[in-house]
Design a protein around this ligand. Structure first.
Ligand code: ZN
Length: 113
């Protein structure tokens, strides 16, 4: 999607600090971190939100979660971490390209605000 900031990052048109990339997925550092470790993991395919996920995308979502687990291990989040997906306006989604936040490196409160 030409006006999507994450698609531009995936295309290399906007720089990012990558921690992982394969043919389907990219993981980058969040530019405005909410925790000592704050990684965004997203599919390269433009899917707007969880609401737009089709059944055919479900293996991709499984792959994303495997990537998140691997990145968490590589970043030594051995005391725990949180995976967040914000969906839509009331869910707090800020970029309409589905992405998962991996947060860690400190104790995270529950419930979130
Ligand atoms: Zn996009």
């Amino acid at each position: 999607m030409s006006d999507c900031i994450f698609c531009k990052i995936i295309a290399g048109e906007i720089p990012s600090k990558k921690v992982y990339e394969d043919d389907r997925v990219i993981a980058i550092h969040d530019i405005n971190p909410a925790a000592p470790v704050h990684i965004l993991v997203m599919p390269k395919e433009h899917i707007a939100s969880m609401e737009d996920v089709l059944d055919e995308h479900l293996p991709l979502l499984g792959h994303i979660h495997g990537v998140i687990r691997n990145v968490a291990r590589e970043l030594k989040l051995d005391k725990g971490y949180r995976i967040v997906n914000n969906c839509g306006e009331q869910g707090g989604q800020e970029v309409p390209h589905i992405h998962f936040h991996l947060l860690g490196g400190r104790s995270l409160t529950w419930p979130p605000g």
